[in-house]
Write a protein that binds this ligand. Sequence first.
Ligand SMILES: Nc1ncnc2c1ncn2[C@@H]1O[C@H](COP(=O)(O)OP(=O)(O)OP(=O)(O)O)[C@@H](O)[C@H]1O
Ligand SMILES: [Mg+2]
Length: 273
Amino acid sequence: MSEPLLRVEGLVVEYPGGRRRPGLRANDDVSIEIAPGETLGLVGESGSGKSTLGDAILGFAPVTAGRIWFKGEDIVQADPKRRRQLTRLIQPIFQNPFGSLNPARTIGATLREGPLAHGLVSPGEADQKVAQWLDIVGLPPATARRYPRDFSGGQRQRVAIARALIMEPELVICDEAVSALDLSIQAQVLNLLSDLKRRVGLSYLFISHDMAVVEHMSDRVVVLHQGRVVEQGPVDEVVNHPSQPYTRSLLSAVPLPDPIAQRARRAARKETP
Ligand SMILES: Nc1ncnc2c1ncn2[C@@H]1O[C@H](COP(=O)(O)OP(=O)(O)OP(=O)(O)O)[C@@H](O)[C@H]1O
Ligand SMILES: [Mg+2]
């Protein structure tokens, strides 16, 4: 196998405890690899540590031990300058773009920002680049002058995809990127993500509750349970011949994201000092 694009080795992420709450080991000795051009699916029940792994790769989670190699470079230790460069190469697409799109800025302003800040385009070229990406994700040119509130969930997710891909990343972390969308819209957005991967040669870490979605998108799958990898392999093997009872139970579970549990966890996090 060629040099992996990403290699995570023995990763431990521990969220510190609060006054009334013990610390929590959300990733425990996690090791994964993603090859160039590969989509690695990441599944596991709510709270199993999927987003934590994505966040650690993005540099948002407190890594206690282990290594994250990106193209042979240990990025856990990256200095702030290098981290900033890496934010261009490793881009996230999250579940709720409304939360991350600035409501006071036009879509055009939001899309221009990253490429300008990273010197990918000159100010004179930025609008053309934005127009090109709006077209690629299937949105009309007038989108650039409008605001996030003017768009449906599916359209906003297309904006979020454009915002990630306009940075010319090499790895995209899709964290429940279609979970909030209606089924028919989900299919369109998944197709867009697949097309883009072929078109620009990307790798995805594809995080989802929904085994069917992961099966559709992934080359290989990693199963997390309580912060640990319990199974991994080619998607057909894991889906058709799971070796672990936990994976079998995931496969038979109704694929519903758990917004109530997610909301409760988010609230709990805000409370801690
Ligand atoms: N910032 C944080 N501070 C403290 N604990 C956290 C933080 N983020 C996540 N956790 C905890 O870490 C564990 C793993 O959470 P994580 O969000 O990675 O799970 P997940 O698999 O993505 O779940 P879901 O499918 O619901 O999105 C959970 O117990 C969660 O409550
Ligand atoms: Mg999550």
